[in-house]
Design a protein around this ligand. Structure first.
Ligand SMILES: [Zn+2]
Length: 385
């Protein structure tokens, strides 16, 4: 018996009606390893369907494809374990190469139903006013965006070639049983796109500020009560643009976060709270599975946003958190981030070179063993190290 099984009916926020039917849903979530060991990326596939239904009717969704190698591994994985050669939904959370490249292999080798991807170049006339001081034309802005997001643009072209339907994942849209929680179209086009070339200032500031003081910030201690994670972490606009997906299987919340940062996670929880008025519940009461954002980087989560997502510190382990991290990636996941998830009731499991799986009522796989969750670390890196 897999101890990591989390109980699983389907419902997303927008699917109140579907919830009333309260079907028993089976599902599996696979995180494949990405990269050569020192780098990290995401290659995730989810399969779900109604208990008792034929597996052929189950839906398959890929969320990011990692590198070309992990894209190939995803294709092989789907053929071997799901015994199909199609994917219903392919989602590209954001345009970073380590999330996007592998999706081109998926598009080339599997039948794909829908591609979900941001296409900012389609909105140049709406957003050109943000770039006025840079004296660029609509044509040059379009070119600039296509160059900057070349891997995503290549996916779009591949989809057109292969007659795959393309949609843009913005807040409130449904992809299968999942709902997009962030980004909203407005925030994406008018805040994130104009900031895509900016590096978060804090990183530069703290690098110079702490250079001479490195030895002073070693040996930081944490306990279940003491947390050193900070509120003011910043990540890049392209990470913040990551698609955050949410659904409920059997009344338990499942969330995927890509490389989202604190702002995007706040947008997601705010969105849930708005709809939550109808449901009169908080997301932390339901969430049972979450992807640790951005491979466990500490600037992508904060105590306040984690309290809102997972509930306050000091809970019993009743949730699962998965993180995609390279086997030898020194900074992924950060121990202070792993601690923060453990404190709020999560078992945290990392890929670190292996495929990891969470499932409810799906076939056992030969040779797959139970995962050992990461341990709480009482000694952590200083926040600005
Ligand atoms: Zn990433």
């Amino acid at each position: 018996m897999n101890p990591l099984i989390i109980g699983a009916g389907v419902m997303g926020i927008a699917w109140l009606i579907k919830q009333l039917k309260d079907k028993d849903m089976n599902y599996e979530i696979d995180f494949l390893p990405v990269g050569n060991g020192s780098s990290s990326g995401d290659a995730i596939v989810v399969r779900y369907g109604e208990n008792g239904d034929d597996y052929d009717n189950y839906k398959v969704m890929i969320i990011d494809g990692g590198t070309k190698d992990s894209g190939q591994a995803l294709v092989n994985h789907i053929k071997k374990y799901y015994e199909v050669n199609y994917v219903d939904y392919v989602v590209n959370t954001h345009p970073d190469q380590d999330h996007t490249s592998g999706l081109s292999i998926v598009m080339e080798q599997l039948e794909v139903g829908e591609l979900w991807i941001h296409q900012p170049w389609n909105y140049v006339s709406e957003i050109i006013h943000h770039f006025k001081d840079q004296r660029i034309t609509e044509e040059s802005l379009e070119k600039r965006l296509k160059d900057k997001f070349s891997a995503s643009y290549a996916l779009e072209e591949l989809a057109i070639q292969n007659d795959v339907e393309i949609y843009e994942p913005y807040q409130g849209m449904e992809i299968g049983v999942f709902e997009v929680m962030s980004p909203s179209k407005d925030w994406y086009l008018h805040t994130l796109i104009p900031s895509f070339n900016k590096t978060p200032e804090r990183r530069l500031e703290s690098a110079s500020m702490f250079d001479g003081a490195k030895n002073l910030v070693k040996n930081i201690f944490e306990s279940l009560e003491i947390e050193t994670l900070k509120e003011d972490g910043e990540t890049s606009a392209d990470n913040e643009s990551s698609v955050i997906l949410y659904t409920k299987f059997n009344d338990e919340g499942i969330m995927f976060t890509g490389d989202a940062g604190i702002e995007a996670l706040k947008h997601a929880v705010d969105y849930y709270d708005r709809e939550g008025v109808i449901l009169s519940e908080k997301i932390y009461e339901k969430l049972k599975f979450i992807q640790v954002p951005h491979h466990g980087s500490r600037r992508n989560v904060s105590p306040i946003v984690l309290d809102r997502l997972l509930g306050k510190k000091g809970q019993l382990e009743n949730k699962m958190a998965f993180v995609s991290a390279g086997k030898d990636a020194e900074k992924h996941p950060r121990n202070t981030v792993v601690n923060a998830f453990i404190r709020r009731g999560c078992k945290v499991c990392a890929t670190q070179g292996n495929s990891i799986r969470q499932h409810h009522n799906m076939p056992d796989r030969e040779g797959w063993n139970s995962i050992t969750p990461l341990k709480f670390s009482s000694k952590v890196d200083g926040y600005d190290e």
